[in-house]
Design a protein around this ligand. Structure first.
Ligand SMILES: [Fe+2]
Length: 195
């Protein structure tokens, strides 16, 4: 059997769930490759910016790396705008959701809030409060989020910067997203009773 035959969950047998569980683990293990593949979708249209988002993500990660950030932070920098393609209205949520099972909760918080913090550099052009991030001043991730935005994210629109290629970051992404997710994955039992 290489595929379940049930028409609805009510008739699914344990062997079928065991098969699906097995396949799901392979699917999870392959997720870093799919994430990297999706990053490629950010290449091309600059949407008016000086560089496209693919270059921007690579440049943000390169600056973080050269500033001595740890591997997890570099991966966060590389993926922080990956949601732009699918969710331009709330892109930070996508990156935060991808990273959250594998990184320090403070780094997930940083990515989730980076748009507001980044706004310090442009919100005044839109009649919005550039200091809106100050309401999080007492949050334990405040300082790292400020650093992330001020030193790396907002600075990474330079078409002449010596940006490292994606290949340089692939092993880092594989290591960080290849970690066991917090909370683990449910594992199928040897024997199960009916609910
Ligand atoms: Fe960004």
């Amino acid at each position: 059997m290489n595929q379940a035959r049930f028409r609805h969950f009510g008739e699914a047998r344990r062997e079928e769930w065991a098969l699906i569980d097995d396949r799901f683990r392979d699917y999870v293990a392959d997720a870093p490759r799919r994430v990297l593949e999706h990053l490629d979708r950010l290449a091309g249209d600059t949407h008016g910016y000086p560089v496209d988002r693919h270059e921007h993500c690579l440049q943000t990660a390169t600056r973080a790396l050269r500033d001595g950030a740890d591997e997890e932070m570099v991966v966060c920098a590389l993926l922080h705008d990956i949601g732009d393609d699918l969710a331009p209205a709330n892109h930070a949520e996508i990156a935060a959701a991808i990273l959250e099972p594998f990184v320090d909760p403070l780094n997930a918080w940083m990515i989730r809030h980076h748009e507001l913090f980044q706004g310090y550099h442009y919100r005044h052009f839109f009649g919005l409060d550039p200091h809106a991030r100050e309401r999080f001043r007492d949050h334990p991730a405040y300082a790292r989020t400020v650093r992330f935005c001020d030193d790396w994210d907002q600075a990474s629109f330079d078409p002449d910067y010596d940006t490292l290629p994606l290949e340089h970051f692939v092993p880092m992404v594989e290591r960080v997203l290849g970690r066991a997710p917090y909370g683990g994955l449910p594992a199928i039992l040897e024997e199960t009773d009916s609910p």
